[in-house]
Design a protein around this ligand. Sequence first.
Ligand SMILES: *Cc1c(COP(=O)(O)O)cnc(C)c1O
Length: 380
Amino acid sequence: MFDSLIRFVRDQYRTNEFIPLHAPVFRGRERQLVLDTIDSTFVSSVGAYVDRFEKDMAVFTGSPRAVAVMNGTAALHVALKLAEVGAGDLVVTQPLTFVATCNAIAYCGAEPLFVDVDRHTLGLSPTALESWLSAHALIDDHGDCRTRVGHRRIRACLPMHTFGHPVELDALIDVCERWKLVLIEDAAESLGSYYKGRHTGTFGRIGVLSFNGNKIMTTGGGGMVLSDEDIGKRAKHLTTTAKIPHPYEFFHDEVGYNYRLPNLNAALGCAQLEQLPAFVESKRTLAQRYIAFFQGSDLQPIVEPQHCRSNYWLNGVICESPAQRDALLNATNDAGVMTRPIWTLMTRLPAHARALSGPLDNALWLEARVVNLPSGVLPV
Ligand SMILES: *Cc1c(COP(=O)(O)O)cnc(C)c1O
């Protein structure tokens, strides 16, 4: 039943071997720059590639400042810390995300507050957020947003640009401003994605990128904090053990983290970033082919939202029914073409099963139907 899809994917990747969901591609100066760090001996916490990677990424995204860290989860943790999310606070997020989003909230001693996603973006719904807040929240005398019952502070809003498709940022920014929530974007999946011409991760007070091996470009493991100059300075300080610069003394003025990205990884990142525009083009071409392939079928491809240019990090389809989803997953994986369901909702995980939550109709609907298809950069 899914034979033509399997053949179609094999034609794209021109192989009869196993096809992964997303494999990294090293076609540029990766070997040269990584070897350069080895020859120089500067493979660790000191070296020129970290500075260069940060500057290049700031230019690419249009962010005033970019601070490299060892992975996207660490970047999220630091972003929440810099937004002054503390013990007992609530952070609004979506139930349909990778677990790292919620792990970072938990690291701060805070808890997620789940609101539904939109079906067309797969990301946090501004209308669902507004309706939850109108029914359950108030602004207190200090200008903090709090739950009416229990008086818990809702400090921040952490939407995630699912599979590279931007959430409805204009509307979300408006809700966050009126309810005094600090907007932090989990842009781990959306490097190379734009909303109304501006790069994702640069709309909130802080944005977070990931360069894990399965992302659109990789440093092996890595992440980035995007922000203005002041917050960027704080991010650098906090992620490099909070050391006060001095020729030889060791003075640390707060509890810092050793979250820095090694120079070795940054070198890989510099080489990958040189190819990022080509990667995005390749993925957008593949997405157009998937969309054409599914025309007139009962599987509905996920397409970029209006006013957006998506990196199409992962392509996906919405199945007609959960039964069809299972059949698709079984047929493709049995044939050596890797496909995966979307994540289990965060509200089903033991750590977050008792978290506050609004109605999650869209998230539940999508959870039962979305399948991701092979989406790696195409062979040349
Ligand atoms: C990949 C990813 C992260 C960060 O993951 P790391 O592996 O820690 O770099 C965070 N959030 C989402 C939604 C992701 O997909």
